[in-house]
Ligand binder design. Structure first.
Ligand code: FES
Length: 166
């Protein structure tokens, strides 16, 4: 009497018709991994480049802020732009250049102020710190920098002409 070789029990429970399955070769799998990694790298690069680009500036009616000579280096001027309730700061830096930012903290909306002793913009609510030249976040919970007020200088005067997101 001959015993017919029986399939193991698991083959009955997990029946797969091996002839109909398509095997993935090691080479195919490696190529798939390579392509996936490449796509991930390209996607990450695009996100990084996109994130580092400044958002476009939205033009608003021009507003005269001050005479260039009226603000000394490390000095500042508070003003409102573009609307009457949009508080902003115009800063003059040590090198004589100017920058201006919305005072609205991008975290939860508190008013940032210019700390002359540190030369930074600070948010008192949760200790957010911003670079006074770029408006970029230096420390604290804000996830993006301050909205920048676009400036134009001509005939010895400084004008606000638009707003761009950080
Ligand atoms: S509101 Fe400015 S850090 Fe939180």
């Amino acid at each position: 009497m001959t015993h017919k070789k029986r399939d193991p029990h698991w083959k009955k429970d997990f029946s797969v018709d091996w002839d109909q399955t398509s095997y993935v070769t090691r080479r195919e799998f490696t190529r798939f991994l390579g392509l996936s990694s490449g796509a991930l790298a390209v996607g990450s690069t695009l996100l990084a480049v996109g994130g580092s680009l400044k958002k476009p500036v939205t033009s608003h009616p021009e507003q005269e802020l001050a005479a260039v000579d009226s603000i000394k280096p490390r000095g500042f001027l508070a003003f409102r732009y573009p609307a009457k309730d949009d508080h902003a700061l115009l800063l003059r830096h040590e090198d004589g250049s100017f920058s201006a930012f919305s005072q609205k903290c991008p975290h939860l909306g508190c008013h940032v102020f210019y700390a002359e002793h540190s030369g930074k913009l600070e948010c008192p609510c949760h200790e957010g710190f911003f670079d006074a030249k770029s408006g970029d976040v230096l420390a604290g919970p804000p996830q993006r920098g301050l909205d920048r007020i676009q400036l134009e200088i001509r005939d010895g005067k400084i004008y606000a002409v638009g707003v761009g997101e950080a």
